[in-house]
Design a protein around this ligand. Structure first.
Ligand code: SF4
Length: 147
């Protein structure tokens, strides 16, 4: 719950946003708007966290996904809980798929190197495997082969 002063500011700014400038001209100051945004962001973040399913809380890619947007949590989790993001299986596949290259790019960055160096390494791997036929039809490839 916000402090009294903060609640007041939130109320003022809400009036400002919903009712126009005539209600409270002082609420248009950047500091008050920042307080309002800070409060709403904090509340949104807390609600988002507090409504995670058990399946999300145990998920190994939660750090990247965090349950997705609450408005899209209308599926049922494998534990039978309501409130699971309907794209969850896709999110899990995606984040598992990009984990290795993301970690490799992070390592390159920590060494003061460009993350794009990874592309030449992937191109070498692709080339050693005889090309990128598994990506046929998907556009330009890191190995330089046509899709
Ligand atoms: S990938 Fe699925 S289980 Fe994991 S945090 Fe996202 S929505 Fe939840």
């Amino acid at each position: 719950m916000p402090e009294a002063a903060e609640r007041d500011v939130v109320g003022q700014v809400l009036r400002l946003v919903w009712g126009g400038l005539s209600d409270c001209a002082t609420a248009s100051s950047p500091r008050e708007m920042a307080l309002f945004l800070n409060y709403t962001q904090k509340k949104f973040g807390q609600d988002k966290r507090d409504t995670l399913t058990r399946f999300c809380r145990e998920c190994d890619v939660r750090f990247a996904c965090n349950g997705g947007c609450p408005k899209d949590r209308f599926a049922t989790s494998p534990y039978g809980e309501p409130g699971q993001h309907h794209l969850c299986p896709g999110y899990q596949d995606f984040f598992h798929h990009v984990r290795e290259p993301m970690e490799a790019m992070m390592m390159l960055l920590r060494q003061g190197r460009a993350p794009s160096e990874l592309m030449s390494s992937y191109a070498l791997d692709d080339s050693a495997r005889g090309g990128c036929s598994r990506f046929a039809g998907m556009g330009p490839l890191t190995c330089g082969n046509a899709a």
